[in-house]
Design a protein around this ligand. Structure first.
Ligand code: CTP
Ligand code: MG
Length: 277
């Protein structure tokens, strides 16, 4: 690992953290309609909320939005209509068939690449001053800046991989694999993990850049290539890199199903009332 906090301290201030925002999903669970990231919340597309939320963190410089392949020009012009602080630069690149692929394409575009497949030297840190990368779901538009800052601070304090998380409130059951049974039958329970030891993870997940790039490269070319991980930290974890959790936030929830849209609208309405005071 190349992490070296003392070397970082000598480098110039803001803008050393880049953000990849995977926004290329369709939003199947939300129901038919425009791609999820482009659906409005309080009259503004979810993606715009997500970009603004990340741009609020003063360490953030480059932001790469990974858009549905057919919507890159539309997303570019949408985002051009919403000004960001001068320290923030924005690229929009086409995504892939899975979240993992979309993130890999976004990572390749941070250094000014075309967003294509990462080359053989992708893990050699490019000389663009970016040493920390956050990966943030467009589908978590309301994450507070304090959560973003806490993730960045933990990476800058020396952790190679940092994930915001909350205790699980529902008891969770593990069920048998679906293979040998009729999906119409009730599902047999095989175990009940102890709830106190479980955490539900959120984004932004923060990484030492070289660690994340190497993990994504290994996920394409390595021995375990093809095994899907549902988050970036999972890819890093399977390579034996320690992953730590910091406290997440209730408002960093993921908009997945229709009810989540109602919750998001309610959070926005409460914020605008609070702003009015
Ligand atoms: N994502 C992506 N590329 C994909 C799939 C997902 O960039 N091929 C992004 C989504 O746009 C979203 C984030 O990954 O911001 C988390 O994924 P999820 O909440 O599952 O969104 P969707 O895949 O769009 O939703 P669904 O699974 O219901 O279709
Ligand atoms: Mg999905």
């Amino acid at each position: 690992m190349t992490h070296n906090p003392s070397a970082e301290a000598a480098r110039p201030g803001p803008g050393r953290t880049a953000v990849v925002i995977p926004a290329a999903g369709r939003g199947v669970r939300l129901g038919p309609g425009t791609p999820k990231a482009l659906r409005p919340l309080g009259g503004v597309p979810m993606l715009v909320h997500a970009v603004r939320a990340m741009a609020r963190s003063t360490d953030v410089g480059p932001i790469v939005v990974v858009a549905p392949a057919d919507d890159v020009p539309a997303v570019r012009s949408l985002l051009d209509g919403h000004p960001l602080p001068d320290r923030v630069t924005l690229r929009v690149v086409p995504g892939g068939d899975t979240r993992q692929e979309s993130v890999r394409l976004g990572l390749a575009a941070i250094a000014g690449g075309t967003g294509g497949v990462a080359g053989p030297h992708a893990s050699d840190a490019p000389d663009d001053g970016v040493d920390v990368v956050l990966v943030h779901d467009a589908a978590r538009p309301l994450v507070p800046v304090a959560t973003v800052d806490a993730v960045v601070a933990a990476v800058r304090a020396g952790a190679p991989a940092v994930v915001p998380a909350l205790p699980v409130t529902d008891t969770v059951k593990q069920v048998a694999p679906p293979a040998d049974r009729d999906p119409a039958d009730p599902e047999p329970v095989v175990a009940t993990p102890e709830r106190a030891s479980l955490r539900a993870v959120q984004t932004p997940q923060g990484f030492d850049r070289a660690v994340l790039v190497a993990a994504h490269e290994a996920a394409v070319t390595g021995a375990d290539a093809g095994d899907a991980a549902t988050d970036c930290a999972g890819l890093v974890e399977r390579r034996g890199v320690p992953v730590v959790l910091v406290r997440g936030h209730e408002e960093a929830f993921k908009v997945t199903r229709p009810l989540d849209l109602l919750l998001a609208e309610a959070v926005l309405a409460r914020r605008s009332v609070a702003d009015g005071w």
